[in-house]
Design a protein around this ligand. Structure first.
Ligand code: FAD
Length: 564
């Protein structure tokens, strides 16, 4: 059997190696357009920033090593320019020599990835403007930084790649501005959770221009003007466009393969395209979202690798199935980590799902052991079924393992309240006897059983201030004095029982504390005394972060946020 693979990186290289493990006799041939195979796309921003110092770390695999280990033939700088399914061949152009030839296949696997979106804006071809996808792109940006010593950079686009580049360029000492059309960075997050991310970037001196569209670029001497719609232009010595990627699927479309959403390649769960003996995987294909059941594009390395393995199994006569994607993802932002899995609240609203949510701020590990850091978790579930819908976490330590536990629970179909049952490893340097995921389960159980009622940050300002509702802040006096919600009265939690006679049980109570824990305890006391009590989910800390973010977005610079 002769297998031809288009694209020799995440999906393609994985599939090739798996095929060899399953079939020692197969003839395997990879065509890769760039100079490199099986390179570490995900490490590219860190080479630009110098965190990864040696470029060879990114390109550990070579065609020679691939041949020696797997007897897989890899042709780099070879572009497949057409597929002829009727005669089971591909047309290939050797980009080094210009030679064009036809190659036969028994099975064809497409893993061509995606291309950075490059709209036809004025000035888009400037030599100071880059996109980042390949090793070559990376080397070009790094060369520019070393030779031209840019002092400022604009990143058009605030997704994962844009933010990783922002961090790396900032660490190199550049003035960095991120321009992003939506009013928030990182779309997998809700705006309230993104507020923490915005605050972190602003605190590191990164300027955020949110809700602004780039309209073009104009080169002036040694700098660029980034032209914005309805706003003053921004000058920068270097511009990187990271506004998203589009499936690199033109070959498949031209060969008549059925297309999926947004120009992707349609595949079934065996990664088979609409044409017999042609498989496709990775960023180029549409997948089913495990939570919504809808077709979606997930441009991430994990899915590409797993799909590559599944396609390989099926090419070799097996029956492996791709169960869909949850879109689990994670990003480092200086010392902060932000991670998400499943769907967010924006999507739940769009889809009309009847959901509920909790926001909590547990410590990464036991507070008595040095170094514990607070994280902020937001978890969504479907009200009726208690099915977990999604989770978002921002914090400093232990975010990665909590998001992975939640992703696994979601995949396994664990009900949200059963998060409290998970038997997770504990010792003080790593966690608490009640792990943050267990804590989320306790809270979800209480909310869904009606033992605790919550209100949310966006409802706080609309609470009546006419005395018809008791507005209680149960933090300590110094905490209250350092900032509180308008109209709230301070009765510290530990004094609440002594002040019950000052409260009218006929009036509902809205309780607030710093993170939501003490207000929850206050509501438990008050509910058992016959009061109707709700508490502010996420507490004053969450409310304040969201409001400060709004203020900062309007003035494009921090409001009350420490810039050091
Ligand atoms: P790719 O890995 O891109 O491979 C496709 C290859 O096909 C390319 O090398 C291309 O040159 C080649 N090709 C295309 N057309 C042809 C043709 N006609 N002929 C020959 N060759 C062709 N994902 C994460 O999960 N976590 C991360 O932290 C992360 N960070 C990233 C950082 C950067 C800077 C980038 C660019 C991506 C990152 N990703 C990350 C995304 C991840 O790299 C991709 O989802 C994954 O590589 C997709 O695999 P693929 O095989 O579909 O495409």
């Amino acid at each position: 059997m002769k297998i031809v693979i288009v694209g020799g990186v995440a999906g393609g290289a994985t599939a090739a190696a798996r095929i060899r493990r399953l079939d020692e006799a197969a003839e395997i041939l990879i065509f890769e357009r760039t100079e490199y195979i099986s390179y570490a796309n995900c490490g590219l921003p860190y080479y630009i920033g110098g965190v990864i110092a040696d470029p060879e770390e990114l390109t550990l695999q070579t065609p020679e090593k691939f041949w020696n280990r797997f007897r897989i033939a890899v042709k780099t700088r070879h572009e497949v320019t057409a597929i002829h399914p009727e005669r089971k061949t591909v047309i290939v152009k050797n980009l080094k020599t210009g030679e064009i030839f036809e190659e036969t296949y028994d099975k064809l696997l497409l893993s061509p990835g995606a291309r950075p979106v490059r709209p036809s804006l004025p000035g888009i071809d400037s030599s100071r403007l880059f996109t980042l996808r390949t090793v070559e792109d990376t080397l070009a940006i790094r060369r520019f930084v070393e030779l031209e010593h840019p002092r400022s950079a604009v990143l058009a686009g605030g997704g994962y790649i844009g933010l990783e580049l922002a961090e790396n360029l900032r660490d190199l000492g550049l003035e960095v501005t991120i321009v992003q059309r939506p009013k928030q960075l990182l779309n997998p997050f809700d705006p309230d959770m993104a507020a923490f991310i915005h605050a972190k970037l602003r605190s590191r001196g990164i300027r955020l221009l949110l809700g602004h569209s780039v309209e073009g670029f104009s080169e002036k001497e040694n700098t660029m003007e980034v032209l914005l719609k309805d706003a003053a232009s921004v000058s920068a010595d270097l511009v990187i466009l990271a506004i998203g990627v589009a499936p690199d699927s033109h070959l498949a479309a031209e060969a008549g393969l059925k297309q999926g959403i947004k120009g992707s390649i349609a595949v079934n769960d065996r990664m088979e395209t609409s044409v017999p003996d042609i498989y496709a995987v990775g960023d180029a294909v549409e997948v089913e979202h495990q939570i919504t059941g809808e077709k979606t594009l997930i441009s991430l390395a994990g899915p590409a690798n797993r799909q590559g393995r599944i396609a390989a199994d099926n090419i070799c006569g097996g029956d492996s199935r791709y169960p869909g994607s949850q879109g689990s993802s994670i990003v480092k932002l200086f010392d902060m980590t932000a991670a998400s899995t499943g769907i967010n609240e924006k999507t739940a609203v769009q889809l009309g799902i009847d959901y509920d949510k909790v926001i909590l701020s547990p410590q990464s590990h036991a507070s008595y052991y040095p170094g514990g850091k607070m994280m902020t978790m937001k978890i969504l579930w479907e009200k009726k079924s208690l099915r977990l819908l999604g989770a978002q976490i921002v914090g400093y330590d232990g975010v990665d393992k909590r998001i992975d536990v939640l992703a696994a629970a979601m995949y396994a179909g664990l009900s949200a309240a059963r998060l409290k049952e998970l038997d997770l490893a504990y010792a003080p340097p790593y966690s608490s006897a009640k792990d943050p995921v267990n804590m989320a389960g306790f809270l979800i159980e209480s909310v869904s059983a009606g033992n605790i009622r919550q209100f949310h940050w966006n409802e706080a300002d609309a609470l009546p201030r006419d005395g018809s509702v008791h507005l209680l802040d149960v933090r300590t006096e110094p905490e209250f004095a350092s900032g509180h919600l308008e109209g709230f009265v301070n009765i510290p939690l530990d004094e609440l029982r002594e002040h019950l006679d000052q409260l009218d049980p006929a009036k509902p109570v809205r309780a607030v504390c710093q993170s939501g824990l003490r207000s929850y305890l206050a509501c438990r006391i008050l509910s058992q005394e016959g009061f109707s009590c709700s508490h502010l989910s996420g507490g004053y800390r969450f409310y304040q972060t969201v409001l400060e973010d709004r203020c900062a977005a309007e003035s494009a610079w921090p409001c009350g946020v420490d810039k050091t």
